[in-house]
Design a protein. Structure first.
Length: 246
């Protein structure tokens, strides 16, 4: 991915999340609850999925007490069983690949809303597997550049703790891990005092596609905005390269 777009996209997403903290924390709370149920434990040391979601929640500035309450509620009440995980795949304008991960208690409602978002965003839903082959599931930790950070020290710490790759770019550093090693690497960086602006197991596009037509850019933003606003949508991944061109 192009460096300028990667960090611009992360900041774009973070700014949007900061403006909608209530909605973001509600979605993260649901994701934490489902992780407790599907992982069979409220202890992140015994539940890797829960540990991964906790790392994502912390990088999204979700308070620790809010995280703890969500976990305890799920462990005590068992109300997350009604949520079903569904993944939709499709294309935005000019063939931009999009993956939409949902947690829902009403599949018909979710399907209708996701289909509507793709239609209004000048895209269309695809079949299962139609775009996932264009992405790699990886742990991704993004750290902004700072005069206080010694790049060589950060790189050695990341690689020594199990990271697959370390990329230095103009605006920051990207640490890539195997999903199984994500929590260990993230914990090592946190314990050393590094605070990521983004940390999650995600779908990273193998290649990206730029949009230059203003109408396509407008439509793609509409698609992403509608998906982000949907309470059932947990995560959206795409291979739009120049999102900062909007």
């Amino acid at each position: 991915m192009a460096g300028h777009s990667k960090f611009a996209n992360i900041k774009h997403k973070k700014a949007r999340n900061d403006a909608q903290k209530g909605k973001v924390f509600t979605k993260l709370g649901r994701e934490l609850a489902v992780a407790v149920k599907t992982g069979g434990s409220a202890d992140p040391a015994l539940n890797r999925k829960l540990a991964d979601v906790i790392a994502k929640a912390k990088a999204s500035n979700m308070p620790n007490d809010t995280i703890d309450r969500s976990i305890k509620k799920a462990a005590g009440e068992g109300d997350a069983n009604s949520y079903e995980a569904i993944v939709y795949e499709g294309y935005g304008p000019e063939g931009i690949a999009v993956i939409v991960e949902c947690l829902t208690d009403n599949k018909n409602r979710t399907a209708a809303n996701v289909r509507s978002a793709f239609t209004k965003g000048k895209g269309n839903l695809g079949t299962s597997g139609s775009v996932t082959f264009m992405f790699d599931k990886k742990g991704q930790i993004i750290i902004e550049k700072s005069a206080k950070i010694d790049e060589d020290e950060l790189m050695m710490l990341a690689l020594d703790s199990g990271a697959e790759d370390f990329v230095s770019e103009e605006d920051g550093y990207e640490v890539i891990t195997d999903p199984d090693n994500f929590s260990d690497v993230n914990d090592a960086l946190l314990n050393a005092g590094y605070q990521p602006i983004s940390a999650e197991v995600t779908q990273i596009p193998q290649t990206t596609t730029d949009l230059n037509d203003p109408e396509s850019i407008k439509a793609m933003n509409k698609l992403l905005d509608m998906l982000d606003d949907d309470d059932d949508v947990q995560n959206v991944y795409h291979n739009w390269g120049n999102q900062d061109a909007e």
